[in-house]
Design a protein around this ligand. Structure first.
Ligand code: ADP
Ligand code: MG
Length: 255
């Protein structure tokens, strides 16, 4: 694969107070590539994907989506923050799935999937419905279109959340521990949807604490600690031949 990566993160810094949650993180994700992010709690994994999705403003560095600067624009030779409308447009080119599914509880599944398309892209309602039903089929929930989120299991809700993130036809999908809020018996149905997306060539960053999944689904795996990327490599390099003592120590907790 060559050319411009879908996502480029360069030396990104983000602090909360005097705590550096991201301390100069760089990362590239190419078209069709699946990058998994592992690391101890508090290492900055969520902050990284939240910054990419522009739920958090960065303090330094830069991020590019298809070569386009995220969150800022040049104006008379200076960088200035993008107006909210343009940030929203950039955000709509990414799909994000959270630990907590964040579905609208008072809307049907179908409306959860149609509304973003109508609002974000101005898709006609009938077309948005067709797309929603196609996506529900893809995540195995064709029969739940009229259900409300509370009538679904956590695993089903998360599959709806994935379908919703896909509904705006994103360039990249960002997952932040999509299975960590689920009962163990519901984890597999969600991972299998994510696995299908990977097989279908979707470009993705997946933060996960499911080590075997992180290994199996990744083209490349990133190990973070204390706001930095400590090591990055193929799944085999990361899981079979970890170089840094910190990665070795981290992995030993799972064996
Ligand atoms: P991870 O997802 O790897 O567990 P996070 O990105 O959530 O880590 O957090 C990285 C660090 O930033 C942690 O020390 C966390 O306490 C801190 N942090 C994250 N979000 C906030 C916030 N909104 N306010 C203050 N501190 C935060
Ligand atoms: Mg997190």
């Amino acid at each position: 694969m060559s050319g411009e990566p879908v996502l480029r993160v360069r030396e990104v810094r983000k602090s909360f107070g005097d705590h550096a949650a991201l301390d100069g993180v760089s990362l590239e994700v190419r078209e069709g590539e699946v990058v998994t992010v592992i690391g101890p709690s508090g290492s900055g994994k969520s902050t990284l994907v939240r910054c990419v999705h522009q739920l958090e403003a960065i303090d330094g560095g830069a991020m590019y989506l298809d070569g386009e600067l995220l969150g800022h624009e040049f104006h008379r030779g200076h960088l200035r923050p993008l107006p909210a409308r343009k940030v929203a447009a950039q955000r709509s080119r990414m799909g994000m799935v959270f630990q907590q599914f964040n579905l609208f509880a008072h809307w049907s599944v179908l409306r959860n999937l149609t509304e973003p398309q109508v609002l974000v892209h101005g898709t006609p309602v009938e077309k948005a419905r067709e797309e929603a039903l196609r996506l529900l089929e893809r995540v195995g929930l064709s029969d739940k279109a009229q259900a409300h989120p509370r009538q679904l299991s956590g695993g089903q809700q998360q599959r709806v959340a994935i379908a919703r993130a896909l509904a705006t036809n994103p360039r990249i999908m960002l997952f932040d521990e999509p299975t960590s809020a689920l009962d163990p018996e519901l984890v597999d149905e969600v991972l299998s949807v994510v696995r299908d997306l990977a097989g279908g060539g979707m470009t993705m960053i997946i933060v996960t604490h499911e080590m075997s999944f992180a290994r199996e689904v990744a083209d490349r795996c990133v190990f973070m600690e204390k706001g930095r990327v400590v090591e990055t490599g193929t799944p085999e390099e990361i899981f079979e031949h970890p170089r840094s003592p910190r990665l070795r120590a981290f992995l030993s907790r799972f064996s």
